[in-house]
Every structure is written in structure tokens, then in C-alpha cells.
Design a protein around this ligand. Structure first.
Ligand SMILES: [Zn+2]
Length: 573
């Protein structure tokens, strides 16, 4: 039994995420976690909300809430909607947790002890009327590059260039609008990433088996030249800056920058998980993260969108390697391109695209899971369209999987009293089916092991298609008229296919798989099958009662597509 640690990139706290976020980190991580559990591996799947930084403070202010209350509510929302999609986190933590405070402060301490952090004096925008510094998005003004107004202190939304607050022309406070602002000196801690270039290169050199996307992004950052990064901010909400467990002199009004503490939350969330374990089942987070405490044989996989790759291949490893402590580093990094909305980006303000909670109000979670897995943006950006979505649901789920399950179970109820029938021996048709299914099971298992989400969905669909083809060719409705035993063999084989489909569909379609398993009287979640189809299609006990489930999938109708296009935007918007 292998031990598999999985993290998906932490969703930011300011509101429920859109389908692109689900497709590009959380869903594939969940599919893989479910697959590995079914194979009997020990899996720990960790995620959390990323709660610090100026966007959280500004969103809380806009909502008229204090930031702690805002984050608590938004965390609960994101947790609930994630669970509604079946995301099987072992723990969904919060980067504002006490565990993350302690661990972030610990890393800063050891990095400073190792000569990798130093204090520097910065020039920062200060608002006299607000009596505070204005980091990042707290200052707005005119972009020095494209003259767009307002540009935020950290980035111009118009030309996309990254900015420093002091770059802005005619700056003003985003809090009060006051233009009574000046540039003042303020001390900050800097992480000396420039000193970490060689250790990072040495480490990356051992990752030749990574896919091209994360490797090319990592090397681009190293080749462009690392910069020393400020890891503190003049803010109140965040991890306080300490030294030897006490407030650091001169840093009483500062916190660590969200950029520094967020990835540390992967470890801290695992501590949260352990700390929340029932006493009788005490869990040990160290055996997952400390190579001196059992994590040496853990395989650690990270799932993320391509915008997060630099953080995970350069920034976070710099923290870990710089600590010179025996922490687990990522083994496999799975990065995704963008899922776009038609030709453009998802946009809350322009009402383009469907958000996770809105989607669930339209259709059950497995419809979305299937579409997003089958169209996973793995090798390039992909575009969501309602027309493709409709086609995927109707063609794959309703016509192939749903139709097969319903057809064979209804026939069995009509002709064999709803139990797995006895009699007959497998013939040539069944032997050919066994050979075909064995090949496809091997393909599916291989694609799942390789975390090829799109190819896995294709292999799964191929297996459903084999079931339909078999049924069509074997035609039990004809056989039953002349040869009851022959019909019994076909139905028994068909029912075993149904039970097999429940097991192999579970990683992508967990809710449907459970419905099917329940109707077959089979355990859920089931064990992942071997590639020996003759064995796997002969598992159901003769006489076992089975019943047809309610209709598994309803087709998406044209008028629904028209309505949703109007509501959420489509090709013309
Ligand atoms: Zn600009």
C-alpha cells in the first residue's frame, strides 16, 4: 500500500469560485484521490481557503463586515459548495488558522537564522488622513504605462502590467479616496531568494519526469533571475511578525505577506486535520510531511492552474529548502491551462460564465464533473460552450451510460424477476467482450495512474460503449424467445458490466456510481477492478436481487440551452 499526499491550490477567500477553478485544480485532485483510494492506497487529500491579503480586507469592507467574520462565512460557503460537488477532502482548512500562524512564524525564524531573511527599508505610500500605509490594492491611481484610471497598486487591469504602489500617477487611498498621501520609509523583511537559485536548480534537475508545462514555467522564472521578495506588509489581518515567539520590534503593525504564508498552509492544514482527529484515532501529521518522521515513502502530488506554478516550483520550495529542515517536497506537479468561457475569460462583473453554486442550481454535480473532466484543459486552454456541454451530457451520459444501465436492469426485472439469473455458459460473444474490456480496463487504469484526466474520461466512455455494443449484438430480447439459458448468460454479463461501471465511474461520477451500486446491492465505493475482465464480469452472485434505479441522467433540452445562454452569456455576449 502506497501513501499518497494530495493538495490542490488554495482557493482565495473572496467568494465562490467559477467552474474554471474547479476544472483546473480541485476536480482533478479529487478524481485522482478517489482512484487511489479505490486501489487500496492510503490517501490524504488536503485543501484550504487562502484568507490573507488586501483583496480579503477590501471584499470584507465592501460587504460591510469585519474581515474575520467575512472569512469565516466565505470559508463555510466554499466548504459547503465543494462538498456538494463531492470533493473528498480529508481536510479543508483555513490559512488564518492558529496552526498556520505558528508554522509561518517558525519558517521565518529558521530562514532568518540561515541568513536568508533580512530587514530592508522600503519606500511605501502612506495616507495621512487614514493614518496608515497603503499596500498593494489599497492605493489606486493612473497607470504610468497606459494611463488607465483607476489602476490598482499591484497591477493595472487594463494593460495587465504589474505595478508598485509608488509607480502610480496621481495616487489616492482606496479606503477613503484621500489624495493627502506621501511616500514614507517603512521596514520590511525580505526573503533572499537570490541566494536560493542554485539549491532550486539542483532540486529541479531531479524532476526530469515532470510534464513540460511546469518545468518550462519554473526554468523561465529561474532564467529571468530570481528577486529578493518582501514577505511582510503594513496590514493588520494576517500572521503577526514575531521573533523568538514575541512581537518583532518595529513590526508590531505588520503581518507576513499572503504570498509567504499561503503555501505553508498545506502543512498547517494537515496539522489542523490531525488536531481535529478524535482522540482514540489520533492522527500524526508528521508522517506525511517530515522525512525524519515517516514521510520519506510518501508520494506528494500538487494540483494547480498554470498561474500558480511559479509559486509551487520556486517560491514555496525556496522556503522549504531554505529552512534546511527535513520537510517533504513535491514529487509530482500537475498543472492545468485555462478553461475559458467561449472565447474569453470568466468574469463576475460582466456576468460571463457559471460559478460553482450557480451550476448546482441548474443540474446535479455529476453532469458538471463529467463535462469538466472530459474537457479538462490539460494540453491547452479549452472553452466551455453550452452546445458542447449539452452534447457531452446527452451523448455520453444519457445515451451511453444511462441508457445501458436502465435497459439491462429493466429487461432483467421483466424477464428474470429482478435477480441475477442462473444458467448457461459464456459463449464466443462473451469471450470477445472479455478481451475488449480487458484491454480498455488496462488503458483506463494506465491513464488514471498518469493523471491524464481527459484520456481517462475517454477510456471510461469507451467501456460504456462496449457495454452497449455487446447488448445490441447479443440481443437478449430475441434470445429469450427461444433460449432462456442464452438470455440468462447475456443478462448476467450485462448486470456484471453495470456493477463494473459503478466501480470504474466512481472517481469521476461519484454520485451516479453510488446510485448504481445501491441498485445492484453492491458496496460503495467499490474496489478498483483488475484488468482481467473474465474475472471482473463474473462477480455478482446468482440470485442477488438487483433493481433499476430512477433515470440516471435527464437530457439537456434546447430550450434550457437557450435560457442558460441568456442568463450566463454565450457566444454572442
Ligand atoms: Zn496600464
Amino acid at each position: 500500500m502506497a501513501r499518497i499526499l494530495i493538495t490542490s491550490a488554495l482557493p482565495y477567500i473572496n467568494g465562490v469560485k467559477h467552474l474554471g477553478n474547479l476544472a483546473g485544480s480541485m476536480l482533478p485532485a479529487d478524481v485522482y484521490a478517489r482512484f487511489k483510494r479505490a486501489r487500496g492506497d492510503e490517501v490524504l487529500y488536503i485543501c484550504a481557503t487562502d484568507e490573507h491579503g488586501t483583496p480579503a480586507e477590501l471584499a470584507a469592507a465592501a460587504a460591510g463586515q469585519d474581515v474575520a467574520t467575512y472569512c469565516q462565512e466565505q470559508h463555510a460557503l466554499q466548504h459547503d459548495v465543494g462538498r456538494a460537488y463531492g470533493l473528498s477532502w480529508d481536510w479543508f482548512g483555513r490559512s488564518s488558522s492558529p496552526q498556520n500562524h505558528r508554522l509561518t512564524q517558525h519558517f521565518a525564524q529558521v530562514l532568518e537564522d540561515n541568513g536568508l531573511i533580512e530587514e530592508r527599508v522600503d519606500q511605501m505610500v502612506y495616507s495621512v488622513d487614514d493614518r496608515r500605509f497603503l499596500p498593494d490594492r489599497y492605493v489606486e491611481g493612473t497607470c504610468p504605462h497606459c494611463r488607465h484610471t483607476p489602476a490598482r497598486g499591484d497591477q493595472c487591469d487594463n494593460c495587465g502590467r504589474l505595478l508598485d504602489p509608488t509607480d502610480l500617477i496621481d495616487p489616492y487611498s482606496a479606503i477613503s479616496g484621500s489624495r493627502n498621501i506621501e511616500v514614507r520609509d517603512t521596514r520590511h523583511l525580505y526573503l533572499l531568494q537570490t541566494k536560493m537559485e542554485q539549491p532550486l536548480r539542483d532540486w529541479l534537475a531531479t524532476k526530469g519526469d515532470w510534464p513540460l508545462l511546469p518545468r518550462s514555467i519554473a526554468y523561465k522564472h529561474l532564467d529571468d533571475g530570481l528577486i529578493d521578495r518582501g514577505i511582510t506588509r503594513d496590514l493588520a489581518w494576517g500572521v503577526p511578525v514575531t521573533r523568538d515567539g514575541l512581537p518583532r520590534p518595529g513590526f508590531e503593525d505588520k503581518v507576513f505577506y499572503v504570498w509567504f504564508d499561503a503555501p505553508i498552509e498545506y502543512i498547517a492544514a494537515t496539522q489542523e486535520w490531525a488536531d481535529n482527529a478524535p482522540v482514540e484515532e489520533a492522527r500524526d501529521w508528521r508522517r506525511w510531511w517530515r522525512t525524519d518522521a515517516g514521510a520519506e515513502d510518501v508520494r506528494y502530488l500538487e494540483f494547480m492552474g498554470k498561474d500558480n506554478v511559479a509559486f509551487h516550483t520556486v517560491s514555496f520550495p525556496a522556503t522549504i529548502l531554505g529552512s534546511r529542515e527535513p520537510w517533504k517536497l513535491v514529487d509530482t506537479l500537475k498543472a492545468f491551462n485555462w478553461l475559458n468561457w467561449y472565447g474569453g475569460k470568466f468574469s463576475t462583473s460582466q456576468k460571463r460564465g457559471v460559478f460553482m453554486d450557480q451550476a448546482l442550481a441548474l443540474l446535479p454535480p455529476d453532469y458538471w464533473r463529467w463535462y469538466l473532466a472530459a474537457n479538462s484543459p490539460e494540453t491547452s486552454d479549452t472553452a466551455f460552450t453550452w452546445e458542447q456541454f449539452q452534447s457531452a451530457i446527452n451523448r455520453d451520459l444519457a445515451d451511453v451510460l444511462g441508457n445501458f444501465v436502465n435497459r439491462i436492469l429493466k429487461f432483467n426485472e421483466a424477464r428474470f424477476e429482478g435477480v441475477v439469473p442462473d444458467g448457461g455458459e459464456p459463449g464466443e460473444l462473451e469471450h470477445r467482450l472479455h478481451a475488449d474490456v480487458s484491454i480498455k480496463l488496462a488503458d483506463l487504469t494506465e491513464q488514471m495512474e498518469a493523471i491524464e484526466i481527459r484520456k481517462s474520461a475517454q477510456a471510461l466512455r469507451d467501456l460504456w460503449v462496449l457495454g452497449n455494443q455487446y447488448l445490441q449484438e447479443a440481443a437478449p430480447w430475441t434470445a429469450i424467445k427461444t433460449d432462456r439459458d442464452r438470455a440468462a448468460v447475456i443478462v448476467r454479463t450485462g448486470l456484471n458490466l453495470v456493477a463494473l461501471f459503478a466501480r470504474i465511474s466512481a472517481p469521476i461520477l461519484p454520485f451516479t456510481a453510488q446510485t448504481i451500486a445501491d441498485s445492484m446491492g453492491e458496496p460503495y465505493p467499490g474496489v478498483w477492478p483488475s484488468t482481467d475482465a473474465a474475472l471482473e464480469l463474473n462477480r455478482l452472485a446468482v440470485g442477488q436481487p438487483v433493481r433499476a434505479p430512477e433515470v440516471l441522467f435527464r437530457k439537456v433540452e434546447d430550450d434550457q440551452v437557450a435560457q442558460w445562454t441568456q442568463q450566463f452569456g454565450g457566444a454572442d455576449s
